[in-house]
Design a protein around this ligand. Structure first.
Ligand code: ADP
Ligand code: ASP
Ligand code: MG
Length: 437
């Protein structure tokens, strides 16, 4: 029989009403044997996600500040859901244990992970599914990286012992037994890992939009839906800000080529977006797949006449970055310049020392720094075969009076990256969308 792994995001499980939609979806298809829940998310625009409450609780506890009010809000989220669903599970007992652990020094990841853990207990009870604690089946190595080898030596066997089960998202355990979480939005990765381990036919990722849109719906009004997207395009878009799916979610399913279907819990009939290994006939006639972007980057532009003939110049620049433990997002080059794009948060504390180092090691003619930059990626497997996409894109930006500060056409030729000022970000995304879609 076919097996589907279904991951539900925070907004899909934010209240009893939403959880009942989840139940209906799971029960509509026998193949939906494994459910990966997130923690309860926002019920309305200014609501607070349980995960954020748990981070605040941990923060308050570790600074010996008042914790009761935050704890009470967390308790209320879970007891409301339990009561409205008419379940009898004594969730208070689990909550008290979590509170006690946090007050007595449990780590931040442990605190954050309890959002999914507690929700998983409620959901398993509601569905009549077994509960598998992710700490027993998903593993990280001593450096905190996901340990695929260990996980895949244990999780497939564990799943086989259960006809149907709930595996909470977002966390696993370190070799010392302590809890470790993925980065924010990481329940998507858990879903992918479970899909791989179950050798699933499909990984369904249920959220609050009907799939990937060609641009962020918070910026462009009513953007077109992407019906089919490749793993690689998805990764570019997700990493660049289309946060519907965590950018690392494709790795676990990559080798097994399991398709991912992003679907809407509030509109289950909508086919959503299919994410697949590759698309036949790579370059479709019409244009781009999507646009995504993020704010707050610093661009360092290094200029030196004759740079192109100086052996080892690029290496010297990278050595400087390495010295400060910095990774970079992009590195567009031209004959006499190299630009390096790094997230503001990563570079802020060391920018001056880094510039001094570049001067000392690379002897450039000039080094220029611009911060508060936004990066926008226009992605499409079809772009490679098309003339004029970039011409249209730059014309649109010029018409909207957006000053383009940096350009990089990825060597994969599935994206064009532009850097603009933070203030121009929304305007630029709209202009590109209107010109190319
Ligand atoms: P979940 O809680 O289900 O994991 P997320 O909030 O992580 O959901 O992701 C869904 C959200 O991603 C949408 O509500 C939307 O605001 C945002 N988003 C950003 N870019 C896009 C895009 N290109 N297409 C669709 N949604 C997008
Ligand atoms: N609850 C976690 C977060 O808010 C993980 C997730 O939702 O995927 O980041
Ligand atoms: Mg998410």
């Amino acid at each position: 029989m076919a097996v589907k792994v279904t991951k539900f995001g925070g907004s899909s499980l934010a209240s009893a009403e939403q959880i009942l939609k989840m139940k209906k979806i799971v029960e509509a298809d026998e193949a939906r044997k494994f459910v990966v829940p997130s923690a309860p998310g926002k019920r309305f625009k200014d609501d607070v996600k349980v995960t954020d409450l748990l981070y605040s609780l941990h923060d308050a506890a570790s600074h010996f500040e008042e914790t009761e009010e935050i704890y009470r809000q967390i308790v209320r989220r879970y007891t409301d859901i339990r009561d409205e669903l008419g379940l009898s599970i004594k969730i208070e007992d689990y909550l008290e244990k979590v509170y006690e652990d946090i007050k007595t020094g449990a780590n931040e990841d442990y605190a954050a992970s309890r959002g999914e853990y507690l929700n998983g207990l409620l959901i398993a009870d509601l569905l009549g599914y077994d509960f598998i604690d992710a700490a027993d089946v998903i593993f990280f190595d001593e450096n905190g990286g996901y340990d695929a080898k260990k996980t895949l030596s244990i999780l497939p066997g564990a799943l086989k012992l259960h006809e149907r089960a709930v595996v909470p998202g977002f966390y696993g355990s370190l070799p010392n037994g302590k809890i470790r979480t993925f980065s924010r939005g990481g329940s998507d990765i858990t879903g992918s890992i479970v899909a791989r381990a179950a050798n699933a036919d499909l990984y369904e990722n249920w959220t609050d939009v009907s799939g990937f849109m060609m641009a962020d719906p918070r910026i462009v009004e009513d953007p077109k839906k992407i019906d089919v997207v490749t793993y690689r395009e998805l990764r570019e878009l997700a990493y660049m800000g289309a946060t519907v799916l965590h950018e690392d979610s494709i790795f676990p399913v990559l080798e097994a080529a399991i398709p991912i279907n992003v679907k809407n819990t509030n509109d289950p009939e909508n086919s959503g977006t299919m994410i697949i290994p590759a698309v036949e006939g790579r370059g479709e006639a019409d244009g781009i797949t999507g646009i995504a972007g993020k704010k707050n980057f610093t661009v360092i532009t290094i200029e030196k006449d004759g740079m192109n003939t100086e052996i080892g110049f690029g290496r010297k620049v990278l050595t400087c970055l390495e010295k400060f433990g910095l990774s970079f997002e992009h590195m567009p080059t031209s004959i006499d310049t190299i630009s390096i794009v790094v997230a503001d948060v990563r570079i802020r504390h060391c920018i001056e020392e880094l510039i001094d180092e570049i001067h000392a090691v690379c002897q450039p003619d000039s080094v220029e720094v611009s911060s508060n930059m936004a990066i926008i990626a226009t992605v499409g497997r079809g772009m490679i075969r098309q003339v004029g996409v970039s011409a249209k894109l730059f014309a649109a930006l010029a018409d909207s009076h957006v000053n383009v500060r940096m350009i990089d056409q990825g060597s994969s030729e599935i994206n064009i990256i532009v850097g603009v000022e933070n203030d121009d970000f929304e305007k630029a995304v709209k202009a590109i969308y209107n010109a190319l879609v």
